[in-house]
Design a protein around this ligand. Structure first.
Ligand code: GRF
Length: 203
């Protein structure tokens, strides 16, 4: 399967996916990486692996609609079977989400439906939660609200800093995102009527 990855920053999840794709039997390949920031380190990761990159800055567009239209055009050009959001820090328009409906995945650093939005690690620590984690989900029009495919939990220890917790969560991100992408590319996971279905069973 052809995979396009959208990023805004460091791209460690992109790296995990690029590495997974090197496994001989892996059913997908990253054919393009698009960033809304020209200086995103993830673009260098892609280039080091001879993957096509495009920086499309939202600042060059006067509306969210026109920006998303430009994104759609560039992504369609790459003919993806799957579009993976990996730290892409832009809210997408309903039109964009509908255009890629059923083939758009996101990773969110919380145990959804808990802590949608930003600063999830801080919020979990502040709430004195004893566990936290990460969710991979299909993207629907509801922000961080699409059906969850897979989650991984991590403990929160007393005295944890945000960085310590974030790094523990990141380790799990790098494990579960390539796994879910593999499931998608091999046809095991689908979105049907806005529900995630794995091996024919609604999750
Ligand atoms: C991750 O924490 C992911 O959950 C969130 O954005 C971050 C991206 O990190 N959506 P990276 O750029 O993959 O290192």
């Amino acid at each position: 399967s052809r995979i396009v990855v959208l990023i805004s920053g460091s791209g460690t999840n992109l790296q995990a996916l690029i590495d997974a794709c090197k496994t001989p039997s892996y059913p997908g390949e990253v054919v393009g990486v698009i960033s809304n920031k020209a200086d995103a380190y993830g673009l260098i990761r892609a280039q080091e692996n001879s993957i096509a990159t495009h920086a499309i800055s939202h600042k060059d567009y006067d509306s969210r609609e026109s920006y998303d239209q430009a994104l759609i055009k560039q992504i369609d050009h790459l003919k993806p079977d799957l579009v993976v959001l990996a730290g892409f820090m832009r809210i997408l328009t309903p039109k964009f989400v509908q255009h890629f409906s059923g083939k758009l995945l996101n990773i969110h650093p919380s145990l959804l439906p808990k802590y949608q939005g930003l600063n999830t690690h801080q919020r979990a620590i502040d709430a004195k939660d004893n566990e936290h984690g990460v969710s991979v989900h299909f993207v629907t029009e509801e922000l961080d609200g699409g059906p969850v495919i897979l989650q991984a939990k991590v403990p929160i220890f007393e005295g944890d800093t945000i960085d310590e917790l974030a790094s523990r969560v990141h380790d799990q991100e790098h494990r579960i995102y390539p796994l879910v992408v593999k499931w998608f590319c091999s046809g095991r996971v689908k979105m049907i009527n806005e529900k995630a279905v794995l091996d024919g069973k609604i999750l």
